[in-house]
Structures are given as structure tokens and as C-alpha cells.
Design a protein around this ligand. Structure first.
Ligand SMILES: C[S@@+](CC[C@H](N)C(=O)[O-])C[C@H]1O[C@@H](n2cnc3c(N)ncnc32)[C@H](O)[C@@H]1O
Length: 372
């Protein structure tokens, strides 16, 4: 195929010129040549070599470089693509080498073809699963494997977030990569509390899932002095233990300082509401995370005894709240703290994202002091 050879710095100018004149062929892409040159594929409408329009840039003959599709839909039957134009998934979620996609009912029967097209387009993906909604006590996603690159249908996989690794398994444990910014904010709040208390913190995360918040906290040198973490879901607990083990062993100290030992280092597979029934769990944490968005606010009261007395402590929690009840929920949280002989030093209630037309996913952060 005839190509125009141009210095690479001029490629965009010549591409624009050829495109507007209908001289640019869509059958091939731009090819890189030796000596800082690029080759632009030409249509039959383009003037012959030597025409003044080419400004002495030569023409060369190159085999057609087939353009690689830029979207998975381009690997599918194009008649089918047009037929269901509006129904194809516009987005998907990736956890490690597993891709999770919601399919409209109208195209569900093409699930395997969709999955194969996605595997063809995305070389780092091993397994494609359809998301059938949430199920069970722990609101875990019901996943149906559609196609695998190597017959392996295992949904357990490892992800990297903010510089730390985590084992996740979307078919057994809740995890949302979209909330990774919340973890960064938790770390930033913890750093402020650490500066105020002038010592590493004991963190309590009783709804830890696979432990992403602990990833953000333990990754920060000398921020955490100990932890009490857990999850009621035994599958989540198994991954949490694996992740904490890994995070603990790759902990770094501040430059020049040796690592201080963590104490406490407790992991509990237990209902968070029961933790404080055990007196030995009282008065232990500086920072409490409450992440059970449908129930967080109701659970605060049962968790307060876990916090240290007569000093500033922080609670960070996440809750799904009706727009019309925002004010009421703030008052409810404040009242819970006063009832436990506490005072609120700072309170913030911030929308993280919309949840439905009448609800928001909120983050509340409380700096409090509980008295004996
Ligand atoms: C929304 S997820 C949050 C997980 C994790 N903190 C994160 O950010 O990925 C809530 C977690 O709480 C656990 N859970 C539900 N009820 C619980 C309870 N009563 N006590 C302890 N954990 C519970 C679930 O298994 C789930 O892993």
C-alpha cells in the first residue's frame, strides 16, 4: 500500500491535511519507520509522488498494517452490534485479572460472545463474569462466569491499590475499588490524630472486609502502633488474615529508625456488636472505622466502649442516608456520643457519591472525647 513518509514531528500536520482531502486510508494505521520517520497510509485519491503538494516527502510501498480494534465491541459480529445498539454494556469493573459486567436481559444470551470479545481486547484479563446482583446476609455479588482465558474460573485474585497489594474475591467478599480515595482520606485523618497524640495509633476496624483501610494505614511508616480488626463473614476473614499478614511484613519504619512492634494485633471473626460485651476490649482504640453503610449509625453506640477514654479519638464511618434525613442523622450521631458521656470536638458529614435518587452515600468523621 502507498504511504507518505514524513518526519515524525510533522506527522500530525500531514495526517490532518490528508484527512481533510480524503487522502488518508482507513485500512491501515500510521507505521513507524527508521530514522525518525512515520509512514501515513494513502487512498487512491491522493496525488502521485512528486506532486508539489507533498513538499518533497517521498512515497513508499508498505504492507498493510492491520489496525488493532480499540474497543471490545469491534471483535463482535457487527450486524449484532447494530441490532442491540443501546443495550451493550458501557462500563465494567476490573478486580485484578477478573472483569465483572452487568448485562441487559436483551443481550444476556450473547454473554459468552461478549466475554470472548472482551478477552480478545483486554490481554490482562483472565476471567469474565456476569454480575447478577447481590445475595445473602453479607450482600455478596452473585457472579456467573462467562468465559475464561485458561479454563480457570477462580474469582480470587490480587489487586494493587495506592501502592499495596490485597487479595480480593468478588464472589465471596465485598470490595469496592471506587472507594480507594476514602482510604487515602482515612490515612490523612489518622496522620492528623497521630500528630496530635504524638504516638502511633491503635486502629479498630470491625467491618474490615479484606482490609483495604488497613492497607492504607499500615503502608504509612510509624502511623499504626496496633490494631483490632475483623469481619463477621468467614470468607472475608480468611482474606483479611492473608492481607494483614502480608501488610505487616512489608511495613517500613521511618528512615533511620527500626520498626516498632505492633501491639495489639488482634483479628476477630465475630459480630462487631458483640465486641464490647467483652470488657477486655474496652478502652483500647484511638481510631474507629464503621463501614456497614446500611447500619453504621445504629451500630455506633455498641462500638463506643472500644475507644480510649479521656483523650481525643476519631470515628470515621460510612452510611447510606435519605436526603431528607441528613440533619436528623447528624443529631442522632451527636446524641449517641453524649449518651455515652462524650463530647464532639469536630463533626463532618460529607457526600461521597449519590446512591439513589433520594439517598446519598455519606462519610461522617467525628473527633470526640469520652469521659470515664
Ligand atoms: C461494606 S463492607 C466494608 C468492607 C471494608 N471495610 C471495605 O471498605 O472494603 C462491610 C463488611 O462488614 C461485614 N459485616 C457485616 N455485618 C457485620 C457485623 N455485624 N459484624 C462484623 N462485620 C460485619 C461484611 O462481611 C463486610 O465485609
Amino acid at each position: 500500500m502507498r504511504h507518505l513518509s514524513v518526519p515524525s514531528a510533522q506527522t500530525q500536520t500531514w495526517l490532518d491535511k490528508c484527512r481533510t482531502q480524503h487522502w488518508l486510508s482507513s485500512q491501515a494505521g500510521v507505521s513507524r519507520l527508521e530514522g525518525g520517520l512515520n509512514a501515513i497510509p494513502l487512498t487512491d485519491l491522493a496525488p502521485l509522488e512528486g506532486d508539489a503538494v507533498w513538499a518533497n516527502n517521498p512515497h513508499i510501498d508498505l504492507p498493510i498494517q492491520v489496525k488493532w480494534p480499540t474497543h471490545w465491541l469491534q471483535h463482535m459480529d457487527q450486524a449484532l452490534v447494530e441490532k442491540y445498539d443501546e443495550d451493550w454494556p458501557r462500563s465494567y469493573e476490573i478486580q485484578g485479572d477478573v472483569l465483572i459486567v452487568k448485562l441487559e436481559e436483551s443481550i444476556f444470551e450473547y454473554g459468552e460472545s461478549i466475554a470472548n470479545a472482551m478477552l480478545a481486547q483486554l490481554p490482562n484479563i483472565r476471567l469474565i463474569c456476569a454480575d447478577l446482583g447481590v445475595k445473602g446476609e453479607f450482600r455478596i455479588r452473585d457472579l456467573q462466569p462467562l468465559a475464561s482465558r485458561n479454563k480457570d474460573l477462580e474469582t480470587r485474585t490480587r489487586i494493587k491499590e495506592n501502592g499495596y497489594l490485597l487479595w480480593v474475591d468478588a464472589s465471596k467478599v465485598y470490595f469496592s475499588a471506587r472507594l480507594s480515595n476514602e482510604r487515602i482520606e482515612t490515612r490523612d485523618t489518622a496522620k492528623k490524630l497521630r500528630a496530635m497524640l504524638a504516638r502511633p495509633l491503635v486502629v479498630c476496624d470491625p467491618y474490615a472486609g479484606v482490609g483495604p483501610s488497613m492497607g492504607a494505614l499500615l503502608n504509612e511508616p510509624e502511623l499504626i502502633g496496633g490494631f483490632l480488626v475483623g469481619d463477621l463473614n468467614p470468607d472475608a476473614f480468611e482474606l483479611l488474615c492473608l492481607n494483614i499478614e502480608h501488610l505487616r511484613h512489608r511495613r517500613k519504619g521511618l528512615e533511620g529508625n527500626s520498626l516498632t512492634a505492633l501491639d495489639p494485633t488482634e483479628l476477630h471473626c465475630r459480630d462487631a456488636l458483640d465486641w464490647a460485651q467483652d470488657k477486655s476490649m474496652h478502652n483500647r482504640a484511638d481510631l474507629l472505622l464503621v463501614n456497614l453503610p446500611h447500619h453504621s449509625i445504629q451500630h455506633i453506640e455498641a462500638l463506643l466502649p472500644l475507644l480510649k477514654r479521656n483523650q481525643t479519638c476519631v470515628i470515621r464511618g460510612w452510611a447510606i442516608v435519605e436526603h431528607s434525613e441528613l440533619e436528623m442523622k447528624e443529631q442522632e450521631i451527636r446524641a449517641t456520643v453524649s449518651k455515652s458521656k462524650g463530647s464532639v470536638e469536630q463533626f463532618s458529614f460529607r457526600e461521597v457519591k449519590g446512591f439513589s435518587s433520594h439517598q446519598s452515600f455519606m462519610c461522617f468523621e467525628l473527633w470526640i472525647r469520652l469521659r470515664d
